[in-house]
Design a protein around this ligand. Structure first.
Ligand code: TYM
Length: 366
């Protein structure tokens, strides 16, 4: 009863039951019983072309969430991308290309805040404060760090601190939900840990952010060259991924070269036949048909001929995205303006949180 009277006080004029039932408006309450505005945050690195894994694991949902009635903030996380070496000209161009591709996919700068991470200095400041509360063993155990650092002789400090910066991204906006692919779940768990840890000492400063991860198919598309690995921007073989801006020839070539197995019939069995099942998954996500429907429809085709059908389905979906990206890339002034306005809006929210944090920690003289 005590809890509900506290909630009622915080909800003010809102009907408490409706508030808790609806997905819109003020509804989230953390272990401190504080109600938080619903806010979505996510980020993407400008380290190359966006691919189908990024699209189905994250961007498609980012677009849908714009109509959820919640605040929506998406960041091109350039500071994360420099944790590994980048060519300056390529990075500059990739930042705009990612912005263009996101807009071509349906991110609407009128509905969401789209911004470049390094333009909002509060990310690095909060990263430092959170870094002072993170232990080294916790970071060393994160799978993405282990995977990326294992290939390096000298591991940059930035790569080690990467997850803390990601937590700062999320907590700076007091995000309640974070739409990501499966590979980001451990980073989200760190953000939850840091939010709880900070709240325990200083009071209800952060909501506990929840990862919004799709089903097992969308949340982890596999490499076309090695279906035991995820589709990734950093995989050296470009044939391992279908980029959202690939030409029809390139899509056809990559589909033809996709690794399957020695069985020519089309069957869906991700455990036993990961290669062909990954192709059917992509087809299913693009067409809305179930894997079984696709296998029935294409029963007369061997995997070689099926790959040609798949290439056509991919081309149909990607052609408008590719054309719109090319059109937007021809207008860098527009893209820079979108990012600038986004950064201005993001900075306002970021500054409010950072002031609160600095004040609680004792960094501001009263
Ligand atoms: P990044 O740039 O690697 O990927 C962006 C998003 O795409 C998802 N993704 C996939 N989903 C399904 N199948 C795949 N093969 C696949 N590959 C990538 C990723 O899970 C991600 O959601 N650390 C993040 C960027 C980041 C961030 C953040 C994300 C920085 N700060 C704060 C969320 C919140 C990353 O490297 O994403």
């Amino acid at each position: 009863m005590k809890i509900f009277s506290r909630l009622r006080t915080r909800c003010g004029h809102l009907n408490l039951k409706d508030t808790l039932r609806n997905n819109v408006g003020v509804r989230y309450f953390s272990s401190e019983f504080k109600l938080w505005s619903q806010r979505i945050f996510s980020g993407i690195q400008p380290t190359g072309n966006l691919h189908l894994g990024n699209y189905f694991g994250a961007v498609q949902r980012w677009v849908e969430l714009q109509d959820s009635g919640k605040d929506v903030i998406y960041s091109i996380v350039d500071l994360h991308s420099i944790t590994l070496p980048q060519d300056p000209e390529e990075l500059r161009s990739n930042i705009l290309k990612v912005a263009a591709t996101l807009i071509a996919c349906g991110i609407n700068p009128e509905k969401s805040i789209l911004f470049q991470q390094s333009k909002v200095r509060q990310h690095t400041e909060l990263c430092w404060i959170l870094g002072c509360r993170t232990t080294m063993p916790r970071l060393a155990h994160l799978p993405q760090f282990k995977e990326k650092s294992s290939a390096l002789k000298d591991v940059p400090l930035g790569l080690y601190v990467y997850p803390v910066l990601q937590c700062a991204d999320i907590l700076l906006y007091r995000a309640t939900e974070v739409p990501v692919g499966e590979d980001q779940v451990q980073h989200l768990q760190l953000a939850q840990h840091l939010a709880r840890n900070f709240n325990n000492q200083y009071g209800a400063v952060f909501p506990i952010p929840k990862a919004l991860v799709g089903d097992s198919h969308t949340s982890r598309l596999r490499s076309l060259r090695d279906p035991l690995k995820k589709m990734s921007k950093s995989e050296p073989d470009p044939r391992s991924r279908i980029n959202l801006t690939d030409t029809s020839d390139s899509i056809l070539e990559k589909c033809k070269k996709a690794v399957t197995d020695f069985t020519s019939a089309l069957t869906f069995n991700p455990e036993e036949r990961p290669g062909v099942s990954n192709l059917i998954t992509i087809h299913s996500l693009l067409s809305g048909k179930s894997p079984q429907e696709i296998c029935n429809e294409c029963a007369s085709l061997d995997t070689g001929r099926y790959k040609l059908v798949l290439a056509e389905v991919i081309e149909e979906k990607l052609k408008p995205i590719r054309e719109e990206t090319v059109r937007l890339m021809a207008d860098p002034v527009y893209l820079k303006t979108v990012l600038e306005k986004g950064s201005e809006k993001a900075s306002l929210i970021a500054e409010e949180t950072l002031l609160d944090v600095k004040n609680r920690v004792g960094l501001i003289a009263l």
